[in-house]
Design a protein around this ligand. Structure first.
Ligand code: SAM
Length: 250
């Protein structure tokens, strides 16, 4: 029989705040965060909350005033410095709403440093709501205990991205048409994974990517994966081989 979940939950509420934190600072929350702490969780003065600012790490803060529309906290002590995120970028062709939200959420949980939407010839979504995507990244970072948010940059055309590619970064191009297994290609160091749209890359794009000096085609197995599945499979593989998954002590 499943155990009855403990209530209230033992972990403290954890929120991102878009201002630099330091000991003794007063933080005023309104809108959704205040509603969450004051109305949903019904926190009262004296309750503890964890805050992080994507700059100085994670802090313990005390609620000093709690209402449904406004919550005031005072920052008490630093719990952890801002983490060093593994140097992995995800380049992905935008896919439709729902799936792209899910992709951003999961890529954040899995630990990517940067999310770069890339417009390809078969990309069907041409306008992205970056604010909404950022909100999903923030929520995922709050939940999975990241102290650094992934950098989310505006969409760019594939050609432009390739033309300005940094010399020191490997570009692993997930090619559904075949390539060596990704496990044979991954090397430590700055890397990006490129995932195509649901319609796949065109032959022209495939040729353009393949002739780029840093690009290496990789296969993710014999089945054609949906773009979001392919992205998460590739990130997981890289994290387990060259990222921070092996660094967790037992
Ligand atoms: N419409 C394409 C087709 O039928 O060949 C499939 C595109 S797939 C849905 C979307 C993207 O996921 C691809 O462009 C590729 O980047 C990646 N992908 C999917 N399965 C893959 C695999 N087995 N190996 C490498 N990449 C894969």
């Amino acid at each position: 029989m499943p155990a009855t979940p403990a209530w209230p939950p033992r972990s403290l509420p954890r929120l991102f705040v878009d201002e630099a934190l330091l000991a003794g600072a007063s933080v005023q929350l309104g809108g959704a965060p205040a509603n969450y702490l004051g109305n949903v969780l019904r926190l009262e003065p004296g309750a503890e909350v964890k805050l992080f600012d994507d700059k100085s790490g994670e802090w313990l803060a005390d609620v000093v005033e709690a209402g449904r529309k406004r919550v005031t906290l005072v920052v008490r002590e630093n719990l952890r410095p801002r983490e060093e995120v593994p140097d992995l970028w995800l380049l992905f062709a935008p896919i439709k709403r729902g799936r792209i939200d899910w992709l951003v959420e999961k890529a954040t949980e899995l630990g990517v440093a940067r999310l770069q939407p890339v417009l390809t010839q078969r990309t069907v979504v041409d306008r992205l709501n970056l604010e909404r995507l950022r909100a999903h990244a923030v929520e995922a970072a709050e939940q999975c205990e990241r102290t650094a948010l992934p950098v989310l940059v505006p969409e760019r055309k594939l050609k432009a991205v390739l033309a300005e590619w940094p010399d020191n970064r490997a570009l692993l191009f997930a090619d559904e048409a075949g390539g060596p297994p990704m496990v044979e290609v991954v090397r430590p160091g700055p890397t990006a994974i490129l995932i195509g749209p649901e319609g796949g890359f065109t032959d022209d794009e495939r040729a353009l990517i393949r002739e780029h000096p840093q690009a290496k085609p990789v296969s993710l197995g014999p089945r054609i994966l949906r773009a979001d599945t392919a992205a998460l499979a590739a990130i997981s593989l890289w994290m387990s081989m060259a990222g921070d998954w092996p660094k967790v002590s037992t």
